[in-house]
Design a protein around this ligand. Structure first.
Ligand code: UDP
Length: 208
């Protein structure tokens, strides 16, 4: 049986995901899909348009959406669902996952990610290099962790939140939907939906 897997997005994120897929799924053909780059070749894999991907004759198709921008991930997830193409999980071999972790479709778990016990995670979660989720966290849909994001126990994170590189979230907090936590921030209080926080202790960003 032939199987074609597409990595949606042939830029930085996609080029980080492709090698993980290569070692995770042995036989299938692996291609990039990209709406903004000319069809071609990158790191040994074809770049196809979405139309070309749909037209390829194969028994099974699946997609991994490897784009950091969460609203684009949502749009593309809906496009895949409309075409009846399932989203697969990408998981580096070094990921540590403890007990009772429920994680919905389409996650990308980079090398050295740790998911501790009793965690719920929504759709298309991106956990970049060395990030972690501690016990009893609840994480929404289309959430993105940059490299080294540290989320301690009993934290709730809303849909589309972005946790910047090296940021630390204190245990027990609620981080609202669409929140952006800046790189290296130390978050010690709840953050309301849509707010950007930076610094140590993290405070709302005042734009001038
Ligand atoms: N892209 C796409 N379809 C979309 C939006 C973006 O194929 O609807 C592609 C875009 O052409 C680019 C990649 O996704 O090649 C996103 O790259 P970017 O450098 O913005 O970010 P990253 O790879 O870090 O997510």
């Amino acid at each position: 049986m032939s199987r074609l897997i597409g990595v949606y997005g042939a830029a930085g994120c996609g080029r980080g995901v492709m090698p993980l897929l290569r070692s995770q799924y042995r036989a299938p053909e692996l291609v990039f899909i990209d709406d903004g780059q000319a069809p071609g070749y990158v790191n040994g894999h074809d770049i196809l348009t979405w139309t070309d991907f749909l037209e390829r004759q194969t028994d099974q198709k699946a997609v991994s959406i490897a784009i950091a921008a969460s609203h684009i991930r949502q749009t593309l997830a809906e496009k895949c669902a409309a075409a009846n193409i399932p989203l697969i999980e990408v998981r580096a071999a070094s990921v540590v996952q403890m007990d009772e972790v429920v994680i919905e479709e389409g996650a990308c778990l980079s090398p050295f990610v740790t998911l501790s016990s009793n965690i719920r995670i929504g759709r298309c979660f991106h956990a970049n290099l060395y990030s972690y989720v501690e016990h009893d966290c609840i994480i929404g849909d289309f959430v993105t962790f940059a490299p080294g994001a540290k989320v301690n126990g009993n934290v709730t994170i809303g849909d589309h939140a972005y946790i910047g590189s090296g940021a630390i979230i204190r245990q027990g907090l609620t981080i609202g939907a669409g929140v952006i936590v800046g790189m290296g921030a130390v978050v010690t209080r709840d953050v309301p939906p849509g707010v950007t926080v930076v610094g140590n202790p993290a405070k709302p960003l005042i734009k001038d």
